[in-house]
Ligand binder design. Structure first.
Ligand code: 21W
Length: 216
């Protein structure tokens, strides 16, 4: 973490100023960010990416997390106020990322999301590597429902198939449940999901069944 105020030269250690052309709010000054990145280059070497967190960025996705996880040295720049001086983009930034279409007060929490999502892709950070591989968004589907003991919670029972011990049936049930959920909640994900032959067949069946329900 680098405090931008350590890279200011005025008495008030200002990191923001009024916008040229007028208007509400304050703008992050360019020089503290430029000097902070210069300090990091001098002490830590040339970064592989300088990422500006901003509402104007392209969407941060699992694919982008995987790309960043393959880099060695990454700087995340966080803004506050109305935005950062445009020359920070021109001079420093290699990538501009948004975490979604909602407003937060600054880039710090978005940066922590990036750190968390990227960090867990670094070998050794998550104990169980398999769980990272299988993950819903890696394959482009929502996850299937999970259950643990006890079998009955307020009369809601665990589906029998999960107690059956038939591993093939369990696998198919989970695939079907993941596809059903994705179709119901996030159908746009299916446009890009990597489905195997069995999943394609299951999805076909689910959609057929849905059609027949819609008719009656
Ligand atoms: C929020 C700065 C809103 C400026 C049009 C013109 C980083 C963020 C941020 C922030 C405004 C991210 C306006 C998703 C986010 C971030 C602070 C603009 C009004 N509209 N991902 N002026 N959402 N946000 N204010 O807010 O720095 S990544």
């Amino acid at each position: 973490m680098h405090d931008l105020r350590d890279h200011t030269s005025d008495r008030h250690r200002s990191v923001d100023d009024v916008p040229y052309g007028g208007g509400p709010g304050m703008v992050m000054k360019a020089e503290p960010l430029v000097k902070a990145v210069e300090h990091i280059r001098a002490t830590r070497g040339v970064p592989d990416a300088v990422i500006l967190l901003s509402p104007q960025g392209t969407r941060f996705t699992q694919a982008e997390a995987a790309r960043i996880a393959g880099l060695g040295h990454v700087i995340l720049l966080c803004g506050r106020y109305e935005g950062v001086d445009e020359r920070v983009r021109d001079l420093l930034t290699t990538t501009e990322l948004s975490v979604g279409d909602y407003v937060v007060s600054g880039g710090e929490l978005p940066a922590l999301l990036v750190v968390d999502a990227v960090g867990r892709l670094v070998p050794g950070v998550v104990g169980d590597e398999q769980s990272v591989e299988d993950e819903s968004f890696v394959r482009g589907l929502l996850d299937y429902p999970h259950y643990t003991r006890p079998v009955d919670v307020d009369g809601r029972r665990v589906p029998d198939v999960l107690l059956s011990g038939h591993h093939g049936d369990v696998r198919r049930w989970r695939k079907r449940a993941a596809l059903t959920r994705t179709l119901e909640r996030r159908p746009e994900l299916l446009d890009h999901a990597e489905l195997d032959d069995e999943e394609r067949a299951l999805l076909h069946g689910i959609m057929k069944e849905k059609e027949s329900h819609e008719r009656d």
